[in-house]
Design a binder for this molecule. Structure first.
Ligand SMILES: *Cc1c(COP(=O)(O)O)cnc(C)c1O
Length: 404
């Protein structure tokens, strides 16, 4: 039985807005793929803070970058630029199609910038009629009012008054419906190049190529939300690089900072000119601390051994899950790419993803869900084989208990 701590989980209910329902444990420290709670219980982390802690907890390159920058300069505002932001922007352009970068503090903010750029570009170039944003059911793009409205779950945007208009939601991987629907009024198509929150759904090659072709045909911009898929998660630095389809605008966050809040919108010079002085901004966007950490993360993650290592680790995860499934049939399939994996529950276990998350927690393993029927794994990209094996042993124990 956990002892009561003065600053413990119970205080959450007293002083925090109840929009979350956190687990009972309160972690206090992390190292690599392991985390310890207030009672010094140790956990293996297969969740990575929802695809954020791409180098695990407290990786020395991140700690050093943060400490070094902490002694130099914390903040300026965008009245001036700063060295870490300039270096990071240059590196992001070197490692992607992009020529220009806008810094924000989160995925939602990066997407907000992407959507505003798309609308402004279409208005400048084609006129105010070209304002339709197309996105997909089950898609997730953040929680600002514009991005949550573009997201594909109405339940998340209902109940807050009038929504931003001219947003259409279609079915992911259904190219013919998109083809029928798109027109010269379409300003942009926003999509995840592998749906994360929506249940770990990969696009078919036909769909992703078809979307690009339809965007070209109708002079619409293609926006890839790579907030979850980006920064090495799928084994490429950005997922689009493994799909052979290049967007016009890309948003990135989560793993970009490895645990320090930062987001960015990447685009071409041709598009970027439409966000002239004064059209958009952020107080903290491009903050030197955030950019110094993200620069260290990008340097590390773009190493070929790290990206290749993701493919190796995907294999280890798939093998571990297959072994558990051979003993205790529970999954229909394991889907996704790299270290963005979803184990979809079979018929008998429908609706029980959260039970597995809680049972795993009891055994000292942190996992995630993606909806009610998918157990999601988004661990550190550099997690050790030994930690994967131990995590799988704990997952097996959790599932064995549920099986009884
Ligand atoms: C997490 C996520 C977001 C939102 O990012 P925040 O940093 O929470 O604003 C947007 N898009 C996708 C695909 C995500 O997974």
């Amino acid at each position: 039985m956990a002892m009561e701590h003065k600053v413990g989980r119970q205080l959450f209910d007293e002083v925090m807005v109840p929009c979350y329902s956190p687990m009972q444990i309160v972690p206090v420290k992390g190292q690599g793929a392991r985390v310890w709670d207030q009672d010094d219980r140790e956990y293996i982390d297969f969740a990575g803070g929802i695809a954020v802690s791409c180098l695990g907890h407290c990786h020395p390159v991140m700690v050093n970058a943060l400490k070094e920058q902490a002694d130099k300069l914390w903040h300026l505002s965008n009245v001036m630029t700063n060295e870490p932001a300039l270096r990071l922007a240059q590196k992001l352009t070197e490692h992607s199609f992009a020529e220009k970068v806008f810094f924000a503090n989160s995925g939602a903010e990066a997407n907000e910038a992407a959507l505003k750029l798309a609308r402004r570009y279409a208005a400048d170039k084609f006129g105010p009629e070209k304002s339709e944003i197309i996105s997909f059911q089950q898609g997730f793009h953040g929680r600002t009012f514009f991005t949550v409205t573009v997201g594909g779950q109405a339940a998340y945007s209902d109940g807050f008054g009038p929504k931003p208009g001219d947003v259409t939601h279609l079915v992911y991987n259904d190219l013919s419906t998109l083809a029928e629907h798109m027109s010269e009024r379409t300003c942009a198509v926003m999509m995840e190049p592998l749906q994360g929150e929506g249940g770990i759904i990969s696009p078919t090659q036909e769909f992703i190529q078809g979307v690009r072709e339809l965007c070209d045909k109708h002079n619409a911009l293609l926006i890839f939300d790579e907030v979850q898929t980006g920064n090495g998660r799928t084994g490429d630095f950005y997922a689009y690089q493994g799909l052979g389809v290049t967007p016009d605008i890309l948003s990135t966050a989560k793993s970009l900072g490895g645990g320090f809040p930062i987001g960015a919108m990447l685009t071409t010079s041709e598009l970027a000119v439409h966000l002239k002085v004064g059209t958009h901004g952020s107080t903290y966007g491009g903050n030197p601390l955030a950019c110094a950490v993200a620069e260290a993360v990008v340097d590390e993650v773009t190493k070929p051994e790290v990206l290749d290592g993701v493919k190796q680790r995907e294999q280890w995860f798939r093998e571990g899950l297959a072994q558990i499934n051979a003993k205790y049939p529970i999954f229909d399939e394991v889907r996704g790419k790299g270290l963005l994996l979803g184990a979809a529950l079979n018929e008998e276990w429908q609706g029980r993803a959260r039970d597995i998350l809680l049972a795993a927690g009891e055994e000292g393993l942190m996992v995630l869900v993606a909806g009610a029927n998918v157990v999601r794994f988004t661990p550190s990209l550099v997690i050790d084989k030994a930690d994967i094996d131990e995590g799988m042993a704990r997952l097996e124990r959790a599932i064995a208990k549920l099986h009884q």
